[in-house]
Write a protein that binds this ligand. Sequence first.
Ligand code: NAD
Length: 324
Amino acid sequence: MTSHMVHLNSGFDMPIMGYGLWNISQETCATQVYNAIKAGYRCLDGACGKELHYGNEREAGQGVARAIEHGIVRREDLFIVSKLWGTFHDPPHVRPSIDRQLSEWGLEYFDLYLIHFPVSLKYVDPSERYPPGWAAQNTNLVEVTNVPIGNTWYAMEALVKENLTRSIGVSNFNIQLLRELICRARIPPAVLQIEHHPYLTQERLVNYCHSQGVAITAYCSFGPQSSVAGKLKDSFSFSSLLEHPSIKGIGRAHGKTPSQVLLRWSTQRGISVIPKSGNLPHMQQNLDMDWSLTSEQIEIISSLDQGKRFNDPVEHGFDLPIFD
Ligand code: NAD
């Protein structure tokens, strides 16, 4: 049986199963977070971001507060993740950004704070616009700035020393960037969060991170599912992984749903997951990890790899080919 926790190089443990907060409306977020905690989720994955349809950190914090008030959990039972957006990469903006996010959540510290994307964007004062997005207001124009990622990382390290976050990490980085970071870091990244599903297995990146003691969290575990919901054209040409005959067949053999197979394929290999659903049976289904795929079944699923990325700013209409 796989452990339900991933031990991080920071010394802390992160639940291998978490609940993602992307695309949850402000109206439903507090209740959804409360229900997720009640169902058994102990890790919550949030961010500030606009086009990314988060913008719900205040409401997520209200859900957490309600769960604590009702005696379901204590703060220390939860592992709360948030992310630094690109407009705040310049070191003087890093501390105010986490301060604001913590205050929205109503928390004193995050368990993990990630650099969301490895690209620095023109600063937007929160009094002008918050949460910020990829582009200048009402346009698709992305304005990048020249803040070296190492400078942002040093400011992230300072947050650990100030007890504002217990661990720090990155998201959407490749091996070249990780190398640069690991060379410079006084505190190595604890986690890399990446898009990861059978159409995009990124095996070399996963193996490299594990060899360096960097834990991986997978997002978009169901592949095109959330992009189809977001109406990205290209995602329609890929058959849903939840309907894929191999995934369904493996699920049938274990009496499990395709979503459970997809999540188990990750967690059984030590990769944590953060699926999200507002549907209570789905939420409960996704938590079920006390069963195992055979190594042959893991290989069959991994062989579906097509190197296909769905969460690419270019696909969302922004001229920012960061994954090329
Ligand atoms: P997801 O894994 O949450 O899947 C999304 C879709 O699957 C939703 O439409 C949901 O309703 C459906 N679904 C969930 N459980 C199901 C089940 N059991 N059966 C059938 N359908 C089910 O994908 P996601 O939202 O793209 O990603 C998960 C989380 O990852 C996000 O909430 C967010 O926290 C994080 N994320 C991070 C980044 C990043 O850049 N770091 C990018 C995207 C997402």
